[in-house]
Each structure stands twice: as structure tokens, then as C-alpha cells.
Design a protein around this ligand. Structure first.
Ligand SMILES: Cc1cc2nc3c(=O)[nH]c(=O)nc-3n(C[C@H](O)[C@H](O)[C@H](O)COP(=O)(O)OP(=O)(O)OC[C@H]3O[C@@H](n4cnc5c(N)ncnc54)[C@H](O)[C@@H]3O)c2cc1C
Length: 553
């Protein structure tokens, strides 16, 4: 991806407003509940969204092919809004984007013009077929083959055989990008609906996103012409898929954010009405500070990381998959926190949350998928940990120490110095792991991935809070929270990150048999001292969320 300005603010706002309007009309709460209950994908509504009526798909297509040329920041904002409505519908729209990714990245100019042009003009739906029954996280185990068909000694086509599993839009797409093994390795092929030998199974009966069509695909001697090999070169499939992970994971991260916030906002509204113990639940600190505030804080932390990553991708930094680790951190945290927020929203509704009417149980079932597709949380932990571990080794431990120093110089009230503490602790935990050779334990490595995500996100949130205070947030940034509230959010999250890195770092390092050095290297006194003021900051965040008198918002 090269640098892109994306949509101007006015166009983005217009798209978000049109989306809200369209959805209010086509997919009100009651209809979504019915579709979920009956397990029906509203194909016509999805086609209307990706057609002339709304044209949401145009955001993802470059202007030269008839789209609006949105960037990663625009995609994050649109995906979050879509997910607030329904993550199943959002998945269906996203599947077209994902399906065209190999084309966007690896196709010839001719192929791009043809297929991206058709999506822009006709609103055709795509599906992305990578996963197989025995190849999920490990696509290297795939078995689907594409055998060259030769005419007069020249490759004129391919014969594809195999099976794809859990493909979004599987039985409703018009065109499919299918990953198959050629003699030179995995390669993407374009397969059109109706091709001889190509069929799909009945839609899956799923835990959530029941408005999204998910189906297995069968390819039995499906012949495609040689020009349907993406890029007209064999063996480039996996690298083409990996090049856009930074971008696509930002989009799925936004699903986690949208699902989490939608559930939480419903709980916030409910708690102002529901009276127990003589007063609305929103006035009970034991309720808000367990079920609402920590989740709002973590979701906004994830947002800070996503906005920073999307801005960098749009600035052209993500070329060749350069920001894949950042995409992984953003997706990991936003989806884990979105899922936890939805779970808390059920609890916040009590028995009503456990029934269907208030929608939070549906949102909880829906948001759960975001921790599985586009890289499971465990695979993301591994991706994050491996990359940052290399950075730690390459810089002889300076990677996080340097970053901590930059954060330590930030104003206290934006949470920078406490975020610095989190990264200082991370440097110590990594060093203890290096000395004790602890990453030979896969569990230690993956736990490091989690700690990296928290520590780096605390840094991003501190920078976002400082930018908000200086009136310097990106033009298209979400502005739900006023700068004073955002600073309180940042201080709460930074404290959590510092404590988590120190305590869990110690837990796993000592658990793997190397306690003594880390216990002395960690600035535990400062981490504990930094917790001072936590409750009053949580009060501030609660006031902001409920728009109360003493409000910081
Ligand atoms: C509703 C839905 C829609 C989907 N849409 C699409 C789509 O449109 N296109 C597409 O191609 N795919 C799609 N998928 C597939 C999805 O991307 C995969 O399910 C996902 O990548 C995980 O693969 P898997 O299910 O085979 O799980 P596995 O890879 O078998 O993983 C099972 C568990 O083991 C863990 N694990 C795996 N490997 C390791 C390891 N090395 N070390 C430690 N732990 C590990 C995982 O984190 C997970 O917890 C969809 C799936 C669903 C459910």
C-alpha cells in the first residue's frame, strides 16, 4: 500500500450518516433479532448496501477503479459503525474486501481493472477462500490443488480440486478468490459462481453472526483459464495474503470495538433506568467500576492503538506487510476487549441480559468470532511476541527501554510516565526471559505477546490523550471523549498495563524457574505507587460516560 489521504472528513461523515439512515430503515433491532433467531442471511439487504442504494463497498475500492479510495482510517471508522449494527452483516461486506485483497495486492493491471471495476460498478459480492478442513491457522497444510492444463505446450488453464471450510459469503458470492497449490506453491485463483464442478454446502448453523452466510466450498475438477491466476505468476499466494494483514486486521479490530461499544452503550443506557437498592444502577460504584468503566477504558485504549496504526498505514508505512505486528496488536486487544465488554454488558443487564430482547446476548455471540477469524488470538500473540522478541534481541534490550524514555518525558496527566513504567517493566521481563532462555516454553512466548500488546497500547493511548489535550487529534478521529476524560482513561489504562506487565511477567518468569533476577530488576515500588489515584480517575471516567454534573467530558 502506498500513502493515501483517503476520504475527506465530509465524505466520511456523509458515508457514516447514510449508513445509519439505511440501517435504521432496513435493519431495525426487531428485524435483526428475527433474522438471528431464524438464522437467515439478509442477502438482499447486503446487496443493497453494496449496490447503488448505499455503496458502502466503494469506500474500499481505489478511485482509479471507480471507488471512493478510502484509506485504513476510513475503513476502521466504517467497519466500527457497521459492527455496531451487526457483525454478521459487517462480515459479509468485509468478505468482499478480503476477497479482493489478493487482486488489489497481486493482480496484473488488467485483472485489477476488470474485477475491481466490476465490484464498483455492479456491486458484486466476493468471498475469500483460504481455510480448509485441515488447514486453518496453518495454511501451509492446505491440500487444494491447481494443476496446470497445457495446450500445445503452453499453460492455458488450471484444474482446481479441493475443499474450503467456513467461507463467509460462501453460498451467496458472485466471485471467489481461492487459494490453491500450484507446482510453484500456493496461488490465488478467481473462480466465478456457476463454474462447472464448483458448489457450496448448506450454510453453517453458527453460535453467532447468524446474519452472515458461512459455507464450505467444493471444487471438483473446476477449470479456470490461465488469466484467472492472480498476478499471472504461481507461488505468490501466501505473501500476497500476508502483505495486507496490517490493514485487514485493523478492520476486524474495528468489529471488536463496534461490538464491544454497542453492548456497553446498551448497558449504560439500561443502568440509568434500572432502579435497585433505591437508586439507578448507574449511581452504584460497585456496578459501574466493575461492569462499565474498565471495559470503556480498554476499548478506548484499543481505539488509540488502531487510530495510530491506521494513520501510519495511510502514511505509506505498511508497505509489504511492515505493520503486520501493529495490526496484530490492534486486533488482539480490540477483539479480546470487545468480547469482554459484551460479556460484562450481559451481567450489567442481570436476567434481562440473558434473554434476547435487550440484544446484548446476541452481540456477545456475534463479537466472539472476531477472536477467531483473521488470525486467532493465540496466533496473534505468537506473531506479536516473535517480532518484538527479535527487536529486543537485535537492540540488546534497548527496544522498550528507549520507548519508555520517550513516554517518561510526557506530561504526567496524559498517563505517559505510567505507560513508560509498563514498557520499562516489559524490557526487564524480556531480558529475564532471554537470560533464562524461557521462550523455549511456548506459553511464556505467547504471554509476552499479551504483555507487549498492553504495554504498547498504553503508550499509544498516552500519545492520543496528549494530542487531544493539544487539540491535535487526526481530523477524522473519533471524538466521543473530551480531552480531560481521555486523559483519565489513559491514566487508568496505563496503571493496569504497568501492574499487569510487572506482576504477570514475574509470574511467568518465576513459573518457568527464574525468579531472583527479575524480582530485583523490576521497579515494583514505582508500579505500586503509580496505582495511587486510580479510584478517583475511575470516578471521572464514570462521570464522563454518564454525562454527569461533575463530568470530565
Ligand atoms: C464464521 C466464520 C467465518 C469465517 N470466514 C472465513 C473466510 O471468509 N475465509 C477463510 O478463508 N476463512 C474463514 N474462516 C476461517 C477462520 O479464519 C479459521 O477458523 C481460523 O483461521 C482458525 O482456524 P481453525 O478454525 O482451523 O482453527 P485451528 O487453527 O485448528 O486452531 C484451533 C485452536 O488452536 C490454536 N492454535 C492453532 N495453532 C496453534 C499453534 N501453533 N500454537 C498454539 N495454539 C495454536 C488456535 O488459536 C485455536 O485456539 C471463518 C471461520 C468462521 C468460524
Amino acid at each position: 500500500m502506498t500513502a493515501t489521504e483517503g476520504l475527506d472528513r465530509e465524505t466520511l461523515d456523509m458515508m457514516l450518516a447514510s449508513l445509519d439512515e439505511f440501517v435504521a430503515e432496513a435493519l431495525p433491532d426487531q428485524r435483526r433479532l428475527e433474522l438471528d433467531h431464524e438464522d437467515i442471511c439478509p442477502e438482499e439487504t447486503i446487496r443493497a448496501m453494496c449496490g447503488d442504494e448505499l455503496g458502502v463497498h466503494l469506500v474500499f475500492i481505489p478511485e482509479e477503479y471507480g471507488g471512493l479510495g478510502g484509506g485504513a482510517f476510513d475503513s476502521y471508522r466504517v467497519c466500527e459503525r457497521l459492527a455496531r449494527v451487526d457483525i454478521g452483516v459487517a462480515t459479509s461486506v468485509f468478505a468482499t474486501f478480503l476477497g479482493t485483497d489478493p487482486i488489489l495486492i497481486g493482480a496484473t493491471a488488467e485483472q485489477r481493472k476488470l474485477w475491481l471495476g466490476r465490484i464498483a460498478e455492479e456491486g458484486i459480492l466476493f468471498a475469500y477462500g483460504a481455510t480448509e478442513p485441515e488447514a486453518g491457522s496453518d495454511l501451509g497444510a492446505m491440500k487444494t490443488t491447481a494443476t496446470p492444463v497445457e495446450t500445445d505446450g503452453e499453460v492455458t488453464g488450471y484444474r482446481i480440486n479441493g475443499r474450503k471450510q467456513w467461507i463467509s459469503n460462501g453460498s451467496i458470492a458472485d466471485v471467489y478468490t481461492i487459494l490453491a497449490l500450484t507446482p510453484a506453491g500456493p496461488s490465488w485463483f478467481i473462480v466465478e459462481k456457476g463454474a462447472e464442478g464448483f458448489s457450496s454446502a448448506s450454510p453453517e448453523d453458527k453460535h453467532g453472526i447468524r446474519l452472515s452466510n458461512t459455507a464450505a466450498l467444493f471444487l471438483d475438477d473446476v477449470e479456470v483459464p490461465a488469466e484467472n491466476l492472480v498476478g499471472r505468476e504461481e507461488g505468490r499466494g501466501l505473501s500476497q495474503a500476508q502483505q495486507v494483514f496490517g490493514y485487514t486486521r485493523v478492520m476486524v479490530a474495528a468489529f471488536g470495538l463496534g461490538g464491544g461499544w454497542e453492548a456497553l452503550d446498551r448497558a449504560i443506557a439500561y443502568s440509568t433506568e434500572r432502579v435497585q437498592g433505591g437508586a439507578p444502577l448507574s449511581t452504584k460504584q460497585g456496578y459501574t467500576h466493575k461492569l462499565i468503566v474498565p471495559h470503556a477504558v480498554r476499548l478506548e485504549a484499543a481505539r488509540a492503538f488502531l487510530e495510530e496504526t491506521a494513520t501510519r498505514i495511510d502514511a505509506g508505512e505498511g508497505v509489504g506487510g511492515a505493520l503486520n505486528t501493529e495490526g496484530a496488536i490492534g486486533k488482539y486487544l480490540a477483539t479480546e476487549c470487545g468480547n469482554a465488554a459484551a460479556e460484562a454488558a450481559i451481567q450489567a443487564h442481570g436476567g434481562y441480559g440473558y434473554t434476547r430482547e435487550y440484544l446484548v446476548e446476541k452481540i456477545k455471540r456475534d463479537v466472539r468470532i472476531t477472536m477467531i477469524y483473521e488470525g486467532t488470538s493465540e496466533i496473534l500473540e505468537m506473531t506479536i511476541a516473535r517480532d518484538r522478541w527479535q527487536q529486543h534481541l537485535k537492540t540488546s534490550g534497548a527496544y522498550y527501554r528507549d520507548r519508555a524514555q520517550a513516554l517518561a518525558g510526557m506530561p504526567d496527566d496524559c498517563g505517559g510516565p505510567t505507560a513508560a513504567l509498563a514498557q520499562e517493566c516489559l524490557a526487564a521481563v524480556m531480558e529475564a526471559s532471554r537470560v533464562g532462555r524461557l521462550t523455549r516454553n511456548q506459553h511464556v512466548l505467547l504471554r509476552l505477546g499479551e504483555l507487549v500488546a498492553y504495554a504498547e497500547t498504553a503508550g499509544a493511548l498516552a500519545r492520543r490523550a496528549a494530542a487531544a489535550a493539544a487539540g491535535a487529534l487526526p481530523d477524522k478521529a473519533d471524538t466521543r471523549f473530551a480531552p480531560v476524560a481521555l486523559a483519565a482513561i489513559s491514566r487508568v489504562f496505563a496503571r493496569e498495563a504497568a501492574l499487569k506487565v510487572a506482576e504477570e511477567g514475574l509470574r511467568w518468569v518465576s513459573g518457568a524457574g527464574a525468579w531472583a533476577d527479575l524480582a530485583t530488576a523490576l521497579p515494583l515500588d514505582r508500579v505500586h505507587a503509580a496505582q495511587s489515584g486510580l479510584l478517583s480517575d475511575m470516578n471521572l471516567v464514570a462521570d464522563a460516560l454518564y454525562g454527569r454534573e461533575a463530568s470530565a467530558a
